[in-house]
Design a protein around this ligand. Structure first.
Ligand code: ZN
Length: 293
């Protein structure tokens, strides 16, 4: 099943809800970054949350960036998403290997460590909106929950999960975000809180074969059936190209390009987000230099 996000409302619009299955994008990220299991889980959770948060944006040109900057060995994670649920990201160190946590699970919190979550929303205006909140558990979902409460004043329940199989490929990945609108009644809040505490983990629900729609129905339970607004395909997508990299090289200036040519070696430029290597021959560099004033 290809990845997709469902956007829905429930309880007469008192709740807005998002759910995603993200197995393919997380597996894609694992392959291109060759991530260790804990790095796959950490990056996968942030990609999963990022895709849903991207889909909350309205404008076609809006861009969301999530950075978890912590003192753990993964050396930070960066994810960006657009409003069409195209998402990309990378860990600072894809090879992190650390012991499992007390529950025998991949220790994402320790891999990320203490630090802050930086949320940047570029809405195509002069100044992007930047929010910084401290990381709590660094397990990703809780940190996004805290962000929503603190920076957007929106009480939310965020669940994100990545399950690996024995061969360390991605078996399940997905999540949900449930948000209370300001006019939500005490009764709705109480029932929702009860329901959420019943859920063991989102990967359990995925393992039972639930679709994103079914996950939302399950989570909202007695609050009534969800009203699906739409579904949209989600995927790992990087918009880098040789042309864009060329522009980046031009921006470093004539002197540096001159020096590269003098060294007489072709240069390789690596896209952090998707790991694509772009090679520039001396001839190409010389052509680029001709475009630089
Ligand atoms: Zn790229």
């Amino acid at each position: 099943m290809a990845d997709y996000i469902v956007r829905a409302t429930a309880a007469n619009n008192q709740i807005r809800a998002f759910a995603i299955n993200s197995k393919e994008m997380v597996e894609h990220a694992r392959i291109i970054h060759n991530t260790s299991p804990v790095a796959t889980a950490a990056l996968g959770r942030l990609l999963t949350g990022g895709a849903m948060m991207g889909s909350m944006m309205k404008g076609d040109n809006e861009l969301l960036t999530l950075q978890m900057k912590g003192d753990g060995p993964i050396n930070g994670i960066t994810v960006t998403a657009d409003s069409k649920a195209n998402v990309k990201g990378y860990p600072g160190n894809p090879n992190v290997i650390i012991p499992a946590n007390y529950a025998g699970k991949l220790d994402v919190g320790a891999a990320i460590g203490y630090g802050e979550l930086i949320v940047i929303k570029d809405m195509g205006l002069k100044e992007p909106y930047v929010s910084k909140t401290p990381l709590g558990t660094s397990e990703v979902a809780e940190d996004l929950t805290y962000y929503f409460a603190k920076s957007e004043q929106t009480p939310s329940a965020v669940a994100l999960g990545v399950l690996m199989d024995k061969s360390n490929t991605v078996k399940q990945a997905g999540g949900f975000i449930i948000q209370l609108m300001p006019f939500a009644t005490e009764e709705v809040i109480r029932i929702l809180e009860e329901n959420i505490t019943q859920i063991t983990s989102v990967t359990d629900l995925l393992e039972q074969g639930m679709s994103p729609e079914q996950i939302l129905d399950y989570v909202l339970g007695t609050l009534g059936k969800i009203e699906v607004l739409d579904t949209l395909p989600a995927k790992f997508h990087c918009n880098c190209s040789k042309e864009r990299v060329t522009k980046a090289i031009i921006s470093i200036g004539k002197k540096e390009i001159d020096e590269m040519i003098e060294e007489g070696k072709e240069i390789e430029v690596n896209c952090h987000f998707c790991n694509t290597q772009y090679t520039f021959s001396i001839q190409e560099l010389t052509e680029i230099l001709n475009h630089v004033k």
